[in-house]
Structure formats: C-alpha cells, structure tokens
Ligand binder design. Structure first.
Ligand code: ADP
Ligand code: ZN
Length: 652
C-alpha cells in the first residue's frame, strides 16, 4: 500500500509540474501586448492615453491608462527620434508618462529553459510508461518481487484435487506442520523446507500447491522462475530477497515457485560461461533458503518438468530435498477431474464423466478442463442448455489437433491427395492386429496438418512391446505408401510421419535394445544435450557401432515400408472407398469407417445418410430450443400465479 502511495505521489507531482508549466505559458500569452499600427500608437500618445512607454530599439511597448498593453513597431530610428521630440519629452517632463529605454521584462531564465524542461518532462513520462508496460504496472519498484499474494486460497482444498492420493498424503505432513508449527518445533522434528513437484505441464502442480495452502489455511505466494530472469542485472536477486522478506512477515505460509528450472539450471552450464544474472538469482535463492531457521514456518514448493537440469545445490538437504512426482491422470482420476470441472456445466443425458474419461486417454487435467470449456462454448454457440456428446467430440478433436481451419481453400487435387494419405493410415491401422482401432479420419485441416487419422486405445497403456513399435512404424509410413501407390507421386505432407517413424526405429535400437544385431545395450545420448556442459561429451560407442546403428534403423524403417505396401496393395479397393468417402463428407467416425471397410456401405450411400442425420440434429435442436422457451414461459406463469395469490391474501 505504501509503495502504491509513493508511486501514485510521483505521478501526481509530475502531473502538477506539467500543468503548472502550461498554465504559466497561457497566462503569459494572455497578458502579452496587443500589436497595433504605429500610427495608432502615436494617436494614443497624443491623446495622453499612455502611462508608460518602453523602447527596445524599434519595438515600442506601451501601457495604457486602462491597464492594457500594446505594442507597435517604428519604421526607423528617425520615427523614434521624432516621437521623442514631438510628444514624449514634453509629456514625461510633465510627469504624465514614464519612458524606459530598454525592455524591462526580459524573459526570465525560467522562460528560456522552459522548452528544455518540457522536453525532459515528456521523456520522463514516456520512460515511466515504458517501464510500466514491462513491469506490469509497477514502474517505481524494480527489484520488488512480483510474488502475488493469493487471497482466495481458502477456497481450494484437497477435496478439490482429484486422484493424486499418494501425493496428497505426502503433502499432508506439510499441511499439519503449517497448521501447528510450534508443535513440531517443540519436538525438534525437522520438516522439509522445500518440496519439488515434478511433472509435465498441466498436470496440476500449481493446483495442488494452492490446495495445500488452502488445506492448511495459510497465505500462498506465487512467483514464476521466468519472472526472475530480468533484463537488468541484479534485479532477480533483489526480487528473491524481497519475496522472502514478504514471506517471513506472513509465516506460516507457502511460497510457490513455478518453472524453477528457468533460474535453477546448473551453474556454469551454457555457452559462453553461463548467464550471470541467472546465477546471481540462483545464488540468492540458495542463500535465502539456508538463511531461515528450520521451523520458521515457510515451506517452499517448486514446480518443474525437468528435475535433471537443476543445479545439484538446489537438491541438497535443507533445500529441495524432497520430490513429489505428479503424473498424468489415469482413467479413474480423469473421471473425477471431469466430475469436478463439470459441476457448473450441465451435461446432456448420456454424457457421463465415465464415458468421457474413457474417451480421453493421455489428456492432462488442463486438457480436460480445456475440453469441457470448448464444449461449453460450442453449446453456447447454438444456444443449447446442456453439453451434448457431439460437442464433446468436437472439443476433444480441437484439444488434440488444434482448431479446425474451415476457411483455408483447398484445391480438389490437394484434397484427393490428403484423402488418399489419410485413408492409407486408416486402412493399415485397421488391418494390423495390435494397432488401436480407428476413431476418426478427417481431411479438414487442423493446425499445420492437412488432415488426420486418429486411432484411440480402448484403455490406458503403459508399455510398448517390440511388436507395437513395429506396427506403429508401419502405420506412420502408410500415408506415404498410399500416395505412392495411388498417385505414383509423393508429397511433402508425409515429412512429419517419416520423422516420427525414424524416431521410433531409433528408440528401438538405441534405447530399448530391440535390435537383434546390437543387442540390449543403451546407445542413446543423454536426453538433455545442454550446450556447454555436454558440449564436449563423447559418444560412448565407436564409429563402427554408429554405422551399425544407422543400418539397423534403416532396415527397420524399410521393413515397415514394405509391410505397409503389402497391406495397401491387398486392400486397394477399400483404400479407394475410404478416400472417396472422405472427399464427400470430409469426416468419418469409427462406425462409419468400419462399415466402409467391410463394404457394407458405399461412399454415396454414406453421404446421403449423413445429410439426413444432419437434418435430424437440426430438428432436434429446434425442439430442444422450443422446449427451453416453453419452460421459461411456464416459470413466468407460475411466478405470476404466486404473485396474484399473494395479492389476494393481502386484500383479504
Ligand atoms: P501445472 O502447474 O502442473 O502446469 P496446473 O496446476 O496449472 O498445472 O493445472 C491446470 C489445471 O488443471 C488447473 O487449473 C486445474 O483446474 C486442473 N487440475 C489439475 N490437477 C487437477 C486435479 N488433480 N483435480 C482437478 N483439477 C485439476
Ligand atoms: Zn500422415
């Protein structure tokens, strides 16, 4: 608050000074003498209307008896002389008029400096505006921490956190400690100061931290590692200091540092000797963590996706010596998360959290929340009252593949190529025994992809077998193979497929030991190729082995290509059928795909069916809407009835 007042005060002063200047200027302009013709001035003088006259060479200023000031210009020095001789000398001798020989009101130093001062003021204002934009509104407080105190913590508690039972159990100890720090201090128990939450983005690290604070009923400070990394050297370190000062004042409390890897990377790593600013910040963080006493009541929770890149100093006892892994939710947890986040979102009949959980393997909690939100938006767009399954489906697709680009114009030729490509993926997925069933095939472009084929596991999977990986390669290459087979030409659209197929083959050989020739040996480089530290690290195998690895990868990819070619040649008819259906309706779902594959329906028949279904949906929408309005009318009628009743009672 004090800081706010200070900042505000400075703005007021600047504002006052500037408006003072302009006021001064305008006032001066008001009293500036009016310029009149020389002849008029002489007539004023001869009429004895002039009280005071001032000469500045040929410029004559006169003060009239009514207080006005006028100004005139003599044509030559002769005029001035003549004026003196004819009128002025006499009048001044009589004491009617004062004659000054030089401009008395010389512009003051202040006035000469005025333009400069104004320019400086403008620059200062600009500078403040720029700093405000960068500092998020805190122009005068560089170095002050941007930690935000969350006041709404009380709302969130462990019961809002779905799944993560073991993780909650681990954090429960911290909750107990924060509730009664004294108890622990008296027993001499040492509580961890820092807990590192490790997990991919969107899995709820921030969420569970907030819930921990809420559960314990303590304040929650949050700051992001990337906030620390500032453009001015030394700012990060002073931010850290300030943050801990704040936290100490409100202990017991939780300090949450998001993206700690942004400041906490190994020191001395990186090209060119490291990042000074970052290291200073990290050092300050270590100093602060060591500085506060064991049971000071401050617990630091930090989130990262990359614990392996953190400076080992951060992980030492007394710092972040405890790690809690926050993983992706399984089907049960997804169901609960969907339950929690659909509380204020009415779901239509048959749209159950259980069904949705089965449809969303691999979704993070953030993805699930996003999906529900997208679906709600779609429902709102058609003015519906409950979220329907088709809206959920669209939302799922959106979350997985990015929003559909309906506006992009695609030529028929391009469309056919995409249709063949995607049909190739789909047919192969259907034929391969171990590959997940086709869920959707589409040639509506999304994100950077021209189309997509979605295969979905019926259950969560945790392991990949050698066979799975080989099939994946076949599936990935099938798009390219289909192009080759049907169009005798290939497109660049498959480059991502080929990259991914190669990656899978590489992992098989170097990571999982699936190659018979190379055996179960790990040849993989460390995942993190961090410039600087690992820059000079040598591969742990010989040139010969490297050649061997390359050969194996090539062989695996080549085998996959041949398998895809065999499958698609054998199923050419089906391939064409699916591609033609894609040309007609662009999106094919799982059931439609199987019917096409089995030859139960022709593309044309499918198109007719889809069109009549669309009409059905439209009608259903209309009916739903009508029902909705009816309900509202009934409500109004009932309310009116109640009011009338109340009136009647009064009148009785
Ligand atoms: P992270 O910090 O790991 O990137 P967040 O904490 O920001 O992820 O989580 C993203 C969103 O997902 C949160 O806003 C929250 O609504 C939701 N969420 C995450 N975990 C859970 C959970 N266990 N139960 C319910 N919702 C969750
Ligand atoms: Zn593809």
């Amino acid at each position: 608050m004090k800081r706010f007042l200070k900042t505000f005060g400075i703005y007021i002063i600047i504002f006052a000074v500037i408006s003072g200047f302009s006021l001064f200027l305008t006032r001066n302009k008001d009293s500036a003498p009016k310029v009149i013709p020389y002849s008029k001035l002489t007539s004023y003088i001869s009429d004895a209307k002039v009280k005071e006259i001032t000469f500045d060479e040929l410029t004559i200023t006169a003060k009239l008896d009514d207080g006005k000031k006028v100004k005139a210009f003599a044509h030559s020095a002769l005029d001035v002389d003549r004026l003196h001789n004819t009128l002025l000398d006499k009048q001044s001798a009589e004491g009617k008029l004062v004659v000054n020989n030089k401009e008395q009101e010389k512009p003051s130093v202040f006035m000469t400096l005025l333009p400069t001062l104004l320019i400086i003021a403008v620059i200062v204002v600009f500078w403040i505006m720029i700093m405000r934009q960068q500092g998020g509104g805190k122009a005068m407080s560089f170095g002050k921490s941007r930690a935000k105190l969350q006041h709404d913590v009380g709302k969130l508690s462990f019961k809002d956190v779905a799944g993560l039972d073991e993780e909650k159990e681990e954090l429960q100890e911290i909750v107990d400690f924060l509730k009664a720090p004294k108890k622990y201090a008296n027993l001499g128990a040492r509580i961890p100061r820092g807990v590192l939450l490790v997990g991919p983005p969107g899995t709820g690290k921030t969420y569970i931290s907030k819930a921990t604070a809420g559960e314990a009923g303590v304040p929650f400070f949050t700051i992001s590692g990337s906030d620390f990394v500032e453009m001015f050297v030394g700012v990060g370190a002073s931010r850290v200091r300030d943050l801990f000062d704040k936290a100490k004042k409100s202990s017991p409390c939780i300090v949450f540092i998001d993206e700690i890897d942004a400041v906490g990377r190994k020191r001395g790593a990186g090209m060119g000797g490291g990042h000074d600013e970052r290291e200073q910040t990290l050092n300050q963080l270590l100093v602060e963590m060591d500085g506060f006493a064991d049971n000071s009541g401050i617990i630091i929770l930090a989130a990262t996706n990359r614990p392996d890149v953190l400076d080992p100093a951060l992980l030492r006892p007394g710092r972040f010596d405890r790690q809690v892994l926050i993983g992706m939710p399984d089907i049960k947890a997804r169901e609960e998360i969907i339950g929690i986040h659909s509380k204020n979102k009415p779901l239509a009949e048959g749209v159950e959290p259980k069904v949705l959980a089965r449809r969303t393997p691999g979704f993070s909690p953030a993805d699930l929340e996003n999906m529900l939100n997208e679906a709600a938006l779609l429902t709102a767009r058609r003015s519906g009252i409950a979220i329907r399954m088709d809206e959920i489906e669209e939302a799922i697709t959106k979350v997985i593949a990015g929003p559909a680009k309906k506006s992009r114009v695609i030529s028929e030729k391009e469309k056919w190529l995409t249709a063949i490509h995607e049909a190739g993926h789909a047919i192969v997925a259907q034929v391969l025994p171990g590959t997940d069933p086709v869920h959707q095939v589409s040639i509506v472009p999304r994100g950077r992809a021209g189309g997509f084929t979605m295969i979905l596991p019926t259950e969560d999977r945790y392991y990949n077998t050698k066979g799975d990986m080989e099939e994946e390669i076949v599936h990935l290459l099938a798009g390219r193979v289909a192009e080759m087979l049907m169009l005798s030409d290939i497109s660049t659209g498959a480059s991502n497929d080929i990259q991914r197929a190669t990656d899978v083959a590489k992992d098989m050989v170097t990571k999982y030991g699936f190659s018979d020739i190379l055996g179960p040996v790990n040849y993989a480089d460390s995942d993190e190729v961090f410039l600087g530290r690992d820059f000079t690290s040598k591969k742990s195998f010989s040139e010969d082995t490297a050649n061997e690895i390359d050969k194996e990868i090539k062989r695996i990819v080549h085998d996959g290509y041949e398998t895809a070619q065999r499958i698609l040649t054998e199923n050419k008819e089906k391939l064409v059928r699916v591609a033609e259906a894609l040309m007609l309706i662009e999106n094919i779902d799982a059931k439609q795909f199987v019917r096409l594959f089995d030859g139960e329906i022709t593309p044309k028949e499918l198109e007719a069916e889809v069109q009549s279904k669309e009409q059905d949906i439209e009608e259903k929408n209309k009916m739903e809407e009508a029902q909705f309005h009816k309900n509202i009318e009934r409500q109004h009628a009932e309310e009116k009835l109640h009011k009338d009743e109340a009136k009647e009672q009064k009148s009785i």
